[in-house]
Design a protein around this ligand. Structure first.
Ligand code: AMP
Length: 290
């Protein structure tokens, strides 16, 4: 059967009405689907009876000088990817049907979770994410919703919102899928030239250097961060925006790592903004997540 596509919340709601007795897994995306998205979709399929994917390039999460207009849109390719992956329903809402206008009620995440990492420079971004993800969760009402650990600040904020607002859904964090070079798959990788892609591999390489230092027992943030900076210096084309070691739930900066910590980085190659992160655990030797 052809994959059904719904373009308004009421159309999707009507379809889901007859499936409410089944476990529903939901994967919200902005499209330009890649292997990272597909890993979320596979997991949603395996852990639920019904898998719903949304594609919505959310205007609220783009700043005035960001790439909303250039953001890759490839609905027909995405539809085929979803159909092949066994998705049951595709939700591609129009901005109007999502109520995108200046008077829309906004969800404001806790300010302390916005003061660092991407929140520092992308003012308003996580408010836009929180507002639309909350709406999507209310529209789909899934049992489980799947989010990538690649967007670690987004994941922490969404977990917090779901807890604080008592939204009845399990938020499932999924590991980052990477190219063989270590570069995390991202829709924005399409902007990079082959040279840019190979230069961008320094991001994950540098995070791994930090993990090696932490695995040798180093718990002090300056030493762990210095290991990243040393590796980054091998690719001067990489323009660092931030490098932070924070608590993975509160996102507050850490001076030393007690148990585990989120090491997160953002920067630009060929003017394309890329983010990545790893969890480091100095006291857990031979740690092998990725
Ligand atoms: P996006 O379309 O960029 O909004 O991403 C949709 C979802 O896919 C988010 O939960 C992302 O964190 C997740 N995602 C993006 N890239 C990856 C990746 N390389 N591995 C796993 N999940 C990812």
């Amino acid at each position: 059967m052809d994959l059904p596509i719904f373009t308004t919340p009421s159309e999707l709601g009507h379809y889901l009405q007859s499936h409410r007795s089944q476990a529903i897994g939901f994967v919200p995306t902005m499209g330009a689907l890649h292997l990272g998205h597909q890993s979320l979709i596979d997991r949603a399929r395996h852990e639920n009876t019904l898998a719903v994917v949304s594609i919505f390039v959310n205007p609220l999460q783009f700043g005035a000088n960001e790439d909303l207009d250039q953001y890759p849109r490839q609905l027909e390719i995405d539809r085929v990817i979803c159909e092949t992956a066994g998705v049951d329903a595709l939700f591609v809402p129009t901005p109007e049907s999502m109520g995108i206008n200046n008077t829309l009620t906004q969800i404001i995440p806790p300010p302390l979770m916005l003061s660092g990492l991407c929140g520092r420079t992308r003012v308003g971004h996580f408010q836009g994410v929180a507002t639309i993800v909350t709406k999507l969760l209310n529209i789909v009402q899934p049992d489980r919703a799947y989010f990538g650990e690649k967007d670690s600040q987004q994941l922490a904020i969404i977990r917090r919102i779901v807890t604080d607002l008592n939204i009845p859904v399990d938020i499932v964090g999924c590991p980052t899928l990477r190219a063989a070079s270590g570069l995390a798959h991202s829709s924005r990788n399409q902007y990079l030239s082959p040279t840019g892609k190979s230069q961008a591999a320094v991001i994950y390489r540098s995070l791994q250097q930090a993990r090696a230092v932490a695995n040798s027992g180093e718990v002090h943030a300056p030493s762990i961060l210095a290991a990243v900076m040393t590796e980054l210096a091998t690719v001067p084309e990489f323009e660092l925006e931030y490098l932070e070691l924070v608590d993975r739930h509160s996102l507050q900066s850490l001076d030393t790592v007690e148990n585990s910590a989120l090491l997160a980085i953002a920067g630009r190659i060929e003017n394309t903004r890329l983010i990545d992160n790893i969890i480091i655990e100095p006291h857990r030797l031979n740690y092998d997540l990725e």
